[in-house]
Design a protein around this ligand. Sequence first.
Ligand code: FAD
Ligand code: NAD
Length: 466
Amino acid sequence: MENYDIAVIGSGPGGYVAAIRSAQLGYKTVIIEKYDTLGGTCTNVGCIPTKALLDSTHHYAEAHHQFRQHGIITDKVELDFSQMYKRKSEVVVKNTDGLHFLMNKNKITHLKGTAEFINNSTIKIVNGTESKEITAKNYIIATGSKPSSIPGVEIDKKRIISSTEALSLKEKPQSMVIIGGGVIGVEMASIFSRIGTKVTILEYADHLIAAMDHELGKTLQKILRKGSVDIRLNQAVYKAESSDSSARVFFKDKNGAEDQLEAEYVLVAVGRMPYVQGLGLENTNVEIDNHGFIKVNANNQTAVSTIYAIGDVIGGAMLAHKAEEEGVFVVETIHGKKHPIHYNRIPSVVYTWPEVASVGYTEEYLKKNNIAYNVGKFPFSASARARASMDTDGFAKVLVDPKYGEVLGVHIIGARAADLIAQGVIAQEYEVTAEDMFRISYAHPTYSETLKEAYLIASGQGAVNI
Ligand code: FAD
Ligand code: NAD
């Protein structure tokens, strides 16, 4: 029987990063993936293909709505939907190929098949009619998550679809109802509304992207509405039905008033659930919680000390970079050196346009916990860089401790917020003050200057006007 130091189950951002770090530290490493390609949800049907389509549709929308103002006249802007999807798939292949290359380069054994524990120390890998058993000194479960639904709504993958099916449509949908105004809901709404699909979002909460600072969701709502997305808040969907050519969704508001909508597709985006089917956890002492997430301790160890778990399958923020951090953390813990993860300093990004990005505490959290704070907020409409590019929607907001000036939270909705948030992460990780942040030099003109102004305002100095 083959014997490894570390066996990683699942090749998403948690798994492939763990495998690479393991090999770098000299461990005999195997990665097991049931699908043909490496990369998991993120690379195949998540982060990467959605960002490719978000970029393509953003260019399309700019060509339609902004080129003329820039003085660019194109005869006719047309959509080649299949080319847009083809390019998306090519981007995915470049990334999955890159991962196969990295596994070879780091001399990581890659086994294709479904891994199933047969006891606490042995797994069986089944690939079609073939199967083999291996053992490892340590296991890292990184099996990720899959779309979940709500009672009364079955994802039939034809007319009632998840984000996965939305990424392989053959034609531009004429209409789409999206259940859920969370991250997937607003990213998908952006992609399809930009190319002319009539999009409606039905959201249970009273604002979009509810887990983030509420001001972000409220501003995003106005921007998406301007982009002709129909957003209906405080609506609980309880049933969906489909026919050959459409689907119908039933919902009611907080007062019980019922309504229904029909569309070519209903896209379910109400969260994701841990993926542990077929993993054989029942043959081990590994425990799961009431929602099916694998239970781990502060070292990411399960109830079996040699079996670790990381990424979406253990819950918390379902983010690729959170899974990556945990992958490195676990391998380095096995190796005897520990760099703890500060979960509150893991940024969240929503790739709408403008982008939304956040790190640290929200205003709602600070208020609820009676933590004093100063707010510094600066609009992109006052940024010279944003005016030049016609990206004047949004703001940068920083929350700062009034006594010591420590940065408590950074929340941005605006052009390139996804990249700007990195400096908020640094500010918080190294516990620097708002004054430290405004004393450093920011290139002019850049979107980053909105943050400098926000730090100045939070420190009581007032903006210096860009
Ligand atoms: P996954 O990426 O889910 O990978 C798990 C892998 O394990 C899969 O390949 C699966 O086939 C395999 N597997 C499962 N069981 C077995 C088994 N028994 N044997 C062998 N293999 C097995 N996050 C971001 O940070 N940024 C984004 O922009 C972003 N965009 C997203 C867009 C969409 C549409 C979706 C759905 C998600 C997005 N996410 C994004 C979330 C991100 O994809 C996940 O947080 C991330 O993929 C989790 O990584 P993971 O390694 O835990 O698991
Ligand atoms: P989510 O938790 O972000 O949003 C789900 C939304 O559905 C919530 O706002 C909830 O109120 C709503 N909802 C639930 N039941 C409902 C009902 N019956 N009727 C109406 N609305 C209802 O989940 P998601 O958008 O599916 O995303 C799943 C995960 O994928 C998230 O954890 C997210 O972090 C990750 N993801 C991240 C990115 C990114 O980082 N850019 C992109 C996509 C997905």
